[in-house]
Design a protein around this ligand. Structure first.
Ligand SMILES: [Zn+2]
Length: 434
């Protein structure tokens, strides 16, 4: 049974609603873990007295412990096309994404990439993620096997796609049902793994396939659904042509019963008020993916509207359209996008969104996202002085918020000193190469 000493920060509420009361901070804190779960979190001075002799005290003094980051939208098969030059969404899919995803019919390629991807998550301080695989069932086996090896809480699923993609990447409504069902039976709720029904986006599924997705969601009440919506103007126009009866892009998914608890949609840029009301009422979550939205020239997400509507909101790296596995860099871009929309995102709001807010968006806040007693002890150790510039800048900070803002703007994987999953150290910056 280990205990960890460091400065400790976690969130207990949404800063948008509760401001300063949203977080707990222990300058000299102690986090006690038993069998992978948090048993206590508080001031070192008071908790230290309760420690029995057999407790192993791990001293991270001078560093900041936070709950691990949760990436709510990312594509592991696109790891090798990150930073591919020059196009917008629909062109990018054809030029880079589809040829890259073709390779995942080979289980050896899938496993090697999945293992690398999981190591990237860990060295960036990401302890949970909601992940797209490809249409190939073996690509789902590979990512779940890699996550299982690290005992990670991870959500993934087989992409469903039966039109407007190359033949080599198309399934059928029936085969997508059969394959998804087999994968659900094999992986859903195995250890910490969860399955998501994964239609890529409305344009690449026939109405028949969207009905099949609905059928799967209805057959398993605790299953997830992940997809994309309203990412780029060209895509929105295309959806209008393909589904002329729909009121909006989001309405297509609503029509097929694909909104609700445990449904997560990436992007959500081109929405109107009734779309946002519909997301709020149905409990559907949004994944804000600033680096990919900027990189593909898609548009600027309206975070303030999302907060005003009380939407369940997480942050996604969206690699490979996204340009970094680092949630710190993703927060940095989220801040800039919000600035462009006239909303000044506070660092508290940002780190909430990357931890407890994300856990809430995935309906996992009873398990993870902060250090309440009984939660799974997924946490990261942050070195606030990882570079000469950060060390210098940090020395001028006058408050925790100042420090968090510098971390959010200047930080990256160099700040992640260690990543712990269920209390166990799975990555250490200084002695593990990724
Ligand atoms: Zn995506």
């Amino acid at each position: 049974m280990p205990a960890f000493r460091a400065s400790i920060l976690d969130f207990i509420a949404n800063p948008y609603e509760t401001g300063e009361k949203s977080f707990r901070y222990f300058k000299d804190g102690l986090l006690i873990v038993e069998e992978g779960l948090v048993t206590a979190c508080g001031d070192f001075a008071s908790l230290n007295k309760t420690l029995s002799a057999e407790i192993e005290l791990i001293d991270y003094s001078g560093h900041l412990i936070m709950p691990g980051f949760i990436d709510t939208h990312v594509h592991y098969p696109q790891t090798d096309i990150i930073a591919s030059h020059g196009s917008q969404l629909l062109d990018w899919l054809e030029r880079y994404t589809f040829p890259a995803e073709k390779k995942f019919s080979d289980p050896v390629v899938a496993q090697e990439t999945a293992d690398f991807f999981i190591r990237q998550l860990l060295c960036n301080g990401t302890t949970s993620a909601m992940v797209f695989a490809t249409i190939h069932p073996q690509s789902v086996d590979a990512i779940f096997a890699a996550a299982l090896q690290q005992n990670m809480r991870l959500i993934s699923g087989k992409v469903m796609m039966d039109r407007h993609a190359p033949d080599y990447l198309c399934d059928t409504a029936q085969s997508s049902y059969d394959d998804s069902l087999a994968l659900i039976n094999k992986w859903h709720k195995r250890e910490r793994l969860l399955y998501a029904v994964t239609p890529r986006f409305a344009p690449t599924s026939t109405e028949q396939q969207l009905k099949v997705a609905q059928q799967l969601v209805n057959e398993f009440t605790d299953i997830y659904l992940q997809s994309h919506v309203a990412e780029s103007p060209g895509e929105v126009e295309w959806v209008k042509e393909l589904f002329p009866w729909s009121r909006s892009y989001l309405d297509v998914y609503d029509h097929f019963g694909l909104l609700g608890d445990r449904s997560v949609y990436a992007h959500c840029i081109y929405l109107d008020e009734s779309d946002r009301d519909c997301l709020a009422k149905s409990g559907t979550a949004v994944s804000f993916c600033p680096t990919s939205n900027l990189f593909l020239g898609s548009g600027l997400f309206d975070m303030q509207s999302a907060l005003e509507h009380g939407l369940r909101l997480g942050l996604g790296t969206d690699v490979g359209g996204g340009t970094s596995f680092s949630m710190l860099k993703t927060l940095h871009e989220a801040y800039k996008v919000s600035q462009m929309k006239g909303y000044n995102m506070s660092p508290l709001q940002g780190f909430y969104m990357a931890t407890l807010g994300a856990a809430r968006s995935l309906y996992l806040d009873h398990k993870t996202g902060n250090f309440e007693t009984g939660k799974e002890a997924d946490f990261i150790v942050i070195d606030l002085n990882a570079t000469a510039l950060m060390k210098r800048r940090m020395s001028h900070c006058e408050s925790l918020e100042d420090e968090l803002f510098v971390l959010m703007i200047l930080g990256d994987d160099r700040n992640i000193k260690a990543t712990h999953i269920m209390g166990e150290c799975r990555y250490q910056r200084d002695n593990l190469k990724s």
